[in-house]
Design a protein around this ligand. Sequence first.
Ligand code: BES
Ligand code: MN
Ligand code: ZN
Length: 504
Amino acid sequence: MEIGVQSGEILQERSDFCVLGVYEDTPLPPEVVDLLEPNDFTGKPKQTLLLYPRNAIAPRRLLLVGLGKRDAATVDSIRQAGAIGVQEAQKLHVPAVSIGIHGDSPLAPTVVAQAFAEGMELGAYRYHVYRTELTDEHSFVVEGATVYTRRGNERQVRDGIATGQIIARGVTLARDLVNGPGYTMTPERLGDEAKSLGARHGLTVTVLDEVQLADQGFGGILAVGRGSANAPRFIVMEYGSAANDRPAICLVGKGLTFDSGGLSLKPAEAMETMKSDMGGAAAVFGAMQAAAELELPLHIVGLVASAENMPSSTAYRPGDIVRTLSGKTIEVLNTDAEGRIILSDALFYAQRYHPAAIVNLATLTGAIIIALGLHAIGMMSTDQELADKMRHAGEVCLERVWQLPLWSEYREMIKSEIADIKNLGGRPAGSITAGAFLADFVGDYPLVHLDIAGTAWVDKPTKAYHTHGGTGVGVALLTEFLREYAQGAMAPTANAGRERRRSA
Ligand code: BES
Ligand code: MN
Ligand code: ZN
């Protein structure tokens, strides 16, 4: 969608479709008050009212969208207003919308513009690759939008729109990857997608196939992938370089293109959405793309461990012992706890970049849904400063994270009798023992692990900018984290991570 900027009074400009965000406690302009009954619209979050003003004001249609109370204002209500506006325009087959907020927003013009752009782009998202019966409503595309602002803010608004569109493109990429069915979105295909991402945005991409994985000792990835005809891959995507003493940030993603559970087979319903078990990998793809488009002054390495977890006569078994890339051995007790096994290789591999931070994203445990439901990302970290940065980024973009502890007691729960570690910690603290397992493979490098099992997929959306399927969660969070990191990295303390240098 083309999104432009216009300064001036939105209600005085001709347009076919005007979307006006209204705070609960800001009175409507008198010419709009005349168009409705006083109690029909209060400005509660997500409330809408479509008006046909005739000649009372310039726009032919006016969609009022509630933004809630002004001092409770968040980017989320603005994002949703953008999404609702575009969806309404799609229904009415209006190809262009103008959008703005009535009165003053407590949020900065850049922030408002970014949220509108994200909301409109993501509200228009559909996954229609496999639909053959597309009605007009399914296929109509809103081609243009204009964000209204006060004179003098045009530049900030333009910047915000550009950032919002970049993030939305990253989210769209991630959603497309997650929504792709497991039989096409194989590890090999994910490798090809990485190569084309690299070609589009100037990333250096290396994809290791099963032969190279065997030569180099990626025992974890190979074990998990062994039961499938679709062979595993390890993907390295590099943006920027270590030049100028730039510290590396490693983004690590779980890329299970389908998780049947393996021989520890999942029940049928639990398998229905398991093509989304590469949601962490998808977020890494989306964030790498966004970082490149934003030209962030950072060295970012995306690492994706990808396999398909299937039951077969060649599959790994409960009771098997796996020798990982690190040399550490894992006792496999449940083949459905496969994410931590493939990630152990990727996390160990990350150490070779002497990273200032390792950020892991994975649809790792069903237990995180029990702990936090579907509205928060579970966070575990070995470094509180890094965790605080991630938490801050989450509050800003509202992909919120909630931290769980990684105390040594949890590490005790995954000690094995016959190997270095076991892949099952029992029912209590299922998400934390998984996190503790991961932390065992990063040495002393700072790790933040994000469990996105509850947030990577949505069956029944509660947000207007979501559709059934992949959410692309993590892209906005990582992008915000990286942008803030890049700003901080300009400051003198930036290279702190480098001093932790040790050999991997
Ligand atoms: N991919 C699943 C976790 C998951 C569950 C993601 C629900 C999204 C929604 C993971 O590989 C898994 O199967 N975890 C097991 C671990 C258990 C065997 C220790 C789980 O959560 O049941
Ligand atoms: Mn599993
Ligand atoms: Zn899994």
